[in-house]
Design a protein around this ligand. Structure first.
Ligand SMILES: [Zn+2]
Length: 197
């Protein structure tokens, strides 16, 4: 909808007068019927109705996905190495962790995904992209200044995963001035201020 609005605003400058109004659904029947014309065949129209068929969408549907250069050695690397080449880190403890965690992951089209019991697979991201995602969810167009658990859950519902997700979001929220100023404050008197009878 945002893209359509932007396109509309660009086109609006060509009109002498332009007004944008929100119409309640009950008064929107004509437009609703018109919008459904696309599903009908036009052969039975008795009166002349001008219908322009749009061969493609007015908006560019390809989202620009910034390609993020992650450092080679991030948390995904040992898991990728193990799944691809059965290679384990030299450190015994590290190796055990990788072997235990690997079954939770899968590679598809060269991308590492974390399997999920509750929903679709989540795409694994490195620290740079992770930081960008937290920032977007927290401060972006639909800014969510909420507690860290809500934000972390939203990121996972969006289909992203990294192991320190909860910890990173908690740190981010702590740094956010807006979150801190709206955080619930303890209005109870301090213990040492309660009068003693
Ligand atoms: Zn915030």
């Amino acid at each position: 909808m945002q893209k359509y609005l932007k396109l509309l605003q660009e086109l609006a400058v060509w009109f002498e007068h332009f007004e944008l109004a929100q119409v309640p659904r009950s008064q929107n029947k004509k437009a609703d019927v018109l919008s459904k014309l696309a599903y009908l065949t036009f052969s039975h129209f008795q009166k002349q109705v001008l219908v322009e068929e749009l061969p493609c969408k007015s908006i560019d549907n390809d989202l620009m996905v910034a390609s993020v250069e992650e450092e080679q050695s991030n948390w995904m690397e040992p898991i990728l190495q193990y799944i691809r080449n059965n290679a384990l880190p030299n450190d015994k403890y590290e190796a055990r962790l990788v072997r235990e965690r690997a079954p939770m992951y899968i590679i598809q089209n060269d991308i590492l995904y974390r399997k999920s019991y509750f929903g679709p697979m989540m795409r694994c991201v490195g620290p740079i992209e992770a930081e960008m995602i937290v920032d977007e969810v927290h401060n972006g167009s639909c800014a969510l200044h909420s507690d860290y658990k809500t934000i972390a859950a939203k990121i996972m519902r969006m289909g992203y995963f990294w192991p320190s997700l909860y910890r990173d979001v908690a740190k981010f929220v702590k740094r956010c001035k807006s979150c801190q100023s709206h955080a619930p404050q303890n209005r109870l008197p301090r213990h040492d201020m309660i009068p003693v009878n």
